[in-house]
Ligand binder design. Structure first.
Ligand code: AMP
Ligand code: MG
Length: 413
């Protein structure tokens, strides 16, 4: 029998279970919008992008040189008259038998020609003639029509998150609009009477106990990177009425309400009763470090997500739980980050009972070094790190051991 929990803390759940439960709540937004590929960076594609053309459209030369009929060139040293000149963008005439056509990179190959002799393998002779110094093979230096993309093929699948290469690819098949999921609207606020804003209180004028609100800055930035519209409601004091009031305001017109702090079950934590007053709430103690308290609920049509107040806990739970949630809302198919295996260049003998996400970075020997202070209040660790080591509960790490590394470049993108 478990001892009763006098503090009414919910039981520990695993990160995987919490993530699965959270994602089960994330019904993708149905609305889409058509945007220019110029503006599609970071957006999730809401259609299969099918090519209406072949890319390249015609066979073209991949070299500056001469277009020839390869069967006409049995021996090196053959002299051919140059019958036309084909720069990129020109529409060539069919290649006259017994001649070569001067051609440039990207220019269409004239009908009848089946090979390009690169100019380094030729010698130009007076009166518009060229000497072929190397016997060409059929097809040589020709980029075939459709070699990149065939007409009717899907170049980008629905659910892909677009980035610079995909934006270029959409343009390369002639699209001036692509259909993407609409941006999730997220209301953000931080709870805590101790919080002050940089610019409002100077470092020398801080009252005892006051700290700067750092969570507001990285959460807003992470949300924007994930394609969200952010309604920033600032700092909410540690009072039930103020919390209810802020939640009410946040729930109007937003898809998600994201808060940090106040999500434990102490007397100064007002999130739980306030959300329960207006809607429903599941509070989890997640067996992860940093992390632990995490909440999901509903207020009207809006999702409520409550993150812990400790900056590193807030940061890490955002990346591991809120990020996939927001991607799923947008219909993204790839939700889990890519993990890579790298050797530890440190010892971590005192493993925690909980699954840990250690702030680490790659050294120039291809291994990982650890930030010396792994406390969940030390935000320096996250700015120093370039990734998180996902270390199973109770697993000590010895120098040289392979560990699972999640690069922040992907988690924060
Ligand atoms: P809480 O979850 O509200 O109990 O907060 C846990 C710890 O995180 C406390 O030390 C808070 O002062 C700190 N904290 C909470 N919110 C923020 C914030 N927005 N920025 C920086 N630190 C915070
Ligand atoms: Mg607090």
């Amino acid at each position: 029998m478990n001892a009763p929990r006098p503090d009414s803390r919910p039981p520990l759940s695993s990160l995987d279970d919490a993530l699965a439960a959270l994602l089960a709540q994330a019904a993708p937004l149905v609305q889409t919008e058509a945007v220019s590929p110029f503006d599609a960076d970071g957006r999730v594609l809401a259609e299969d992008l099918v090519s209406a053309l072949q890319v390249p459209p015609q066979d073209n030369s991949s070299m500056d040189g001469y277009a020839v009929r390869s069967a006409e060139i049995a021996d090196e040293g053959l002299l051919l008259p140059v019958s036309q000149r084909i720069p990129a963008g020109a529409a060539p005439q069919p290649l006259q038998p017994g001649t070569a056509a001067r051609i440039f990179t990207g220019a269409p190959v004239p009908a009848g020609a089946d090979a390009i002799v690169m100019q380094e393998d030729t010698e130009s002779v007076e009166q518009g003639q060229v000497r072929i110094l190397r016997v060409p093979g059929p097809g040589q230096w020709i980029r075939r029509s459709g070699e990149d993309i065939t007409r009717g093929s899907t170049v980008l699948a629905r659910g892909v998150r677009l980035g610079p290469a995909a934006q270029g690819l959409a343009a390369s098949v002639g699209r001036d609009r692509v259909l993407v999921a609409r941006r999730p609207r997220v209301a953000l606020f931080s709870t805590g009477d101790e919080l002050v804003m940089p610019g409002e209180v100077a470092p020398g004028a801080m009252k005892p106990g006051a700290i700067y609100n750092s969570n507001r800055f990285f959460l807003r930035s992470l949300l924007l990177r994930l394609g969200c519209e952010v309604e920033d409601l600032g700092i909410v004091p540690d009072r039930r009425d103020a919390t209810v009031q802020a939640l009410r305001q946040a729930s109007a017109g937003n898809d998600v309400i994201l808060t940090s702090g106040g999500v434990s079950v102490g007397e100064e934590d007002h999130i739980k009763p306030a959300v329960q007053q207006l809607g429903t709430l599941d509070l989890w103690q997640i067996a992860m470090k940093p992390g632990k308290p995490f909440a999901h609920g509903r207020i009207g049509a809006a999702h409520f997500i409550g993150l812990p107040g400790n900056p590193v806990s807030s940061f890490v739970t955002f990346l591991l739980l809120v990020r996939p949630f927001l991607l799923k809302l947008q219909g993204a198919t790839q939700l889990a980050p890519t993990a890579i295996e790298l050797p530890a260049h440190f010892d971590w003998p005192r493993a925690d009972k909980r699954r840990e996400f250690l702030r680490a970075r790659r050294d120039d020997q291809g291994g990982l070094e650890l930030f010396p202070n792994q406390s969940s209040g030390v935000l320096t660790s996250t700015a120093w790190a370039d990734g998180l080591i996902d270390n199973p509960a109770g697993k000590a790490i010895a120098r040289g051991d392979p560990v699972r590394f999640l690069p922040l470049a992907e988690l924060m993108a």
